[in-house]
Design a binder for this molecule. Structure first.
Ligand SMILES: [Mg+2]
Length: 281
């Protein structure tokens, strides 16, 4: 049996298969049925399991050897473990990013797939994020740009004197404290949104609808951002950690950190870095 390649077309095929299999469950009681707590710490719903099982099934059917890092199963080798280890091939997956939205019929949830050969975020080669409500497909290939369906996309260039729209995610229990801490940032924004699927929000940053994304929850996981990371980078955006440095991290499910994403405007980037630097002193 010849080996299949884990290329962008296969990632797209897998994402579309997830869409096909979860469609009957979207917004239904059955889809929202709670099973157990997944490796990522959130309650697993039936729709999450169906999506993840679909992905594993497609990988096996195509005889792909890799380490799967996924929200529900955690770390799991698919295919030949030795081959996967030798090539350091990894697929980082959030089977459904925005399960709560899907269970409530809020049309903002996605499947997020990122393929890497190596051990760090920089080693991500290809990424696909499929909007499961609209079937819009976002994809990126390292060194070849980011795309929405067939169109090349780029982050916005809006700066501090423009009407900036950011998504900002806070924990509700420390909302007041965080609002105080980051009031200088909030004062520069025109609108703030909180939408519930980080992967899709990063696509919106990548195509310039959102000018930035900030998550101060300390709860963002690798599976949430792996595909979006490449999408934003290939679209010309910046991804910073809480200290204002370029985000770099090994590919492990234990990744858990706040992050700040912005467009290509260097004045805005510097402004964000100054706030982050000041607040982490
Ligand atoms: Mg999920």
């Amino acid at each position: 049996m010849s080996e299949s390649k884990m290329d962008i077309d296969l990632l797209k095929t897998i994402a579309l298969k997830v869409h096909e299999n979860v469609s009957p469950l979207m917004g239904t009681k059955e889809g929202a049925e709670e099973l157990e707590r997944g490796a990522g710490g959130d309650i697993t719903m039936k729709i999450d399991t169906v999506a993840e099982t679909t992905i594993i099934g497609e990988l096996e059917r195509n005889r792909i050897d890799l380490l799967l890092i996924s929200e529900e199963v955690g770390h799991k080798y698919v295919g030949n473990k030795e081959k996967a280890q030798k090539k350091k091939s990894k697929l980082i997956v959030d089977p459904i990013d925005g399960s709560t939205n899907s269970s409530r019929g809020i049309p903002f949830y996605s499947v997020s797939l990122a393929y890497a050969e190596g051990d760090s975020l920089n080693d991500i080669q290809t990424a696909v994020i499929l909007d499961l409500s609209t079937k819009d497909i976002y994809w990126a290939k390292r060194g070849s740009g980011a795309y929405h369906n067939g169109d090349n996309i780029a982050v916005s260039e809006r700066g501090l004197s423009d009407q900036l729209i950011f998504e900002i995610d806070f924990y509700l229990w420390n909302l007041r404290k965080k609002l105080k801490l980051y009031r200088s940032l909030l004062a520069k924004l025109y609108r703030v949104r909180v939408m519930g699927s980080v992967a899709l929000s990063l696509c919106l940053v990548a195509e310039g609808g959102l000018d930035g994304y900030v998550d101060f929850r300390k709860g963002i996981r690798l599976v949430d951002i792996a595909a979006g990371y490449l999408m934003v980078k290939e679209a010309g955006g910046k991804i910073l950690n809480i200290n204002g440095k370029e985000l770099e991290h090994e590919l492990s499910k234990d990744f858990l950190m706040p992050l700040v994403v912005c467009n290509s405007n260097s004045e805005l980037e510097q402004f964000l870095k100054n706030i982050l630097h000041k607040n982490t002193q």
